[in-house]
Design a protein around this ligand. Sequence first.
Ligand code: CTP
Ligand code: MG
Length: 220
Amino acid sequence: MVAAVLAAAGSGERLGADRPKAFVRLGDRPLLAESLERLEASEWIEAIVIAAPPEWEEPAILLAEELGCGKVNACVTGGATRGESVRLALVEVPDEAAVVVVHDAARPLVQDEVVERVLAPLGEGWDGAVPALPLADTIKRVRGDEVVETLDRSELRAVQTPQAFVATVLREAYSAGPVDASDCASLVEARGGRVKVVAGDPRLIKVTDAADLERVAAFL
Ligand code: CTP
Ligand code: MG
């Protein structure tokens, strides 16, 4: 069984709306509706656990009901960081799940083809898989306003979600100490797990500010 964790518990400080980012309007629905509906419709995913912002658990459950999301088997209160939210959601992932896909509600336009791409390597012995895009800009390491070095762009990727993992590997990564990483894969990597990079999707735009929201809306 493949289960999904939908990380939606962030406050959306940089977006600066009057509510958490997951509940900001995208078209005529909360942002969360888009990724939730797409994961529900996935050919691969059989259970969904939502991490909702504190005090927004009820609206999240109501939204799931409204959308007829029968795969949602739990909605947990998120933690102070993304890592904490994922850790709390993992507790509610059914034991039968051999694979866990973790996705950020901040990336509404998730296609089932990407889910398929990150799942495939798990059948080939990989511990996890992440979708990634090559970088167009030159990337430099800086200290203050001074360039320290220019990195080899050909070796760099911008990593997205959904990310897929062998459930036991992901649970272990989240039970072993601090989880303050910006993605799940880095915790798995840090414990020696082998993570494969697969093709990402340019539509998997991450909503950080108001301009991102407009770019996503243009794709709807
Ligand atoms: N997230 C979460 N719990 C947190 C923080 C973030 O579940 N405590 C989720 C967000 O809901 C989002 C994803 O992790 O789907 C990526 O986080 P980000 O884009 O940084 O969202 P926010 O933390 O909400 O935004 P900001 O950093 O601007 O406050
Ligand atoms: Mg954040």
